[in-house]
Design a protein around this ligand. Sequence first.
Ligand SMILES: *[C@@H]1O[C@H](CO)[C@@H](O)[C@H](O)[C@H]1NC(C)=O
Ligand SMILES: *[C@@H]1O[C@H](CO)[C@@H](O)[C@H](O)[C@H]1NC(C)=O
Ligand SMILES: *[C@@H]1O[C@H](CO)[C@@H](O)[C@H](O)[C@H]1NC(C)=O
Length: 339
Amino acid sequence: MAGPVPMFTAVTSSSRQLLLLLRCISFAKMAQVRISAEGIRFSTEEGSAMEAFIFLEKAFFSSYTYRPPPPSSSQDDAPATPIFEINLTSLLETLSIFTLSDPNAAKKPGEYDSFAAHRLNRHAGINAFSHQALGMSGICRFTYEGDGSPLGIHMSESGVTTTCDLTTYGADSTEEIPFDREAIALKTIMRSSVLLEAISELSSMNPTSLAILASPSSRSTSSNLSLQASGALGSLAVDFTTDPSSDAPLLETFHCPSRVNATFKFSLIKSAQRAMGAANKVSMRLDEEGVLSLQFLVEVEAGSAGGEGVAFVDFRVVPLVEGEAEGINGLDGESTDEE
Ligand SMILES: *[C@@H]1O[C@H](CO)[C@@H](O)[C@H](O)[C@H]1NC(C)=O
Ligand SMILES: *[C@@H]1O[C@H](CO)[C@@H](O)[C@H](O)[C@H]1NC(C)=O
Ligand SMILES: *[C@@H]1O[C@H](CO)[C@@H](O)[C@H](O)[C@H]1NC(C)=O
């Protein structure tokens, strides 16, 4: 097709990795896409209470070109970074064409442990490994020609090519949920599976809210973090205490200058479960406004272009204000606490 040179082209042989990452934020049906010279960002949101995003640096791709359109003379503004929305469900369906032939992926689609299984398999022996290598041979090319044009996805594997044009929808450049890195009330790093287990355990009671409580550790006492879920059926807590002298502390980092207590809608935290399952580690932070940042470190195959072998999936969650927290727990009207 002799069209104009696309504004954006990116090629990856890691479509399976891309699928794994995008599934982490697939709690919403639509995703916003932003393309820049540095990389491509996919984000999803739940109203204005939560957002999740993945930023894939251009090094993730084996080739990446972005040519911003020349500034139009009729407009004063510099060319804006392309922002559009796509149907994430369709994108995931398209990308999963490659992984259907992968027994690990097909057996348990979307299961939390599919990535763990994949990692085990990678070390399990030559057969599993060579199957994996076969799966990785698929090449996926993205193209975007500019405002209003579809996001083209061209996939080829063993001589078979699949082409899919995903409709792009105009997007308001939504405000990101602000997180103040300079005013950190809590920062802790743990294995992501530890958080997944805690959230799964707390889910059993079908709670409506989750409070994150932490208190500073002193020389003598251990780090102290508590996740408390509450709902109509009561409340349940999972406490994390780490002996600072332990060789493999549960909480690898624990920074908590003073006591913190922030409450979130439980269902929002639960939306990060897939990310918890896919990631190796998670950095959990609260800023002084109580905004929660969960940053998941996900191991990916080192990119053919020398990528780092890790990718990050970020979640930001806005806390419930005091009245709201009690309201959703069905305790409306009982609170006389003042601010
Ligand atoms: C997205 O695509 C799926 C199928 O791929 C379709 O079922 C769904 O209705 C679409 N959603 C929107 C919001 O267009
Ligand atoms: C940890 O926090 C919980 C709840 O905030 C508290 O009951 C407990 O005494 C604390 N433990 C330590 C060792 O600070
Ligand atoms: C945390 O805050 C909630 C409401 O904001 C309150 O009900 C709860 O008692 C507080 N918990 C602690 C341990 O301070």
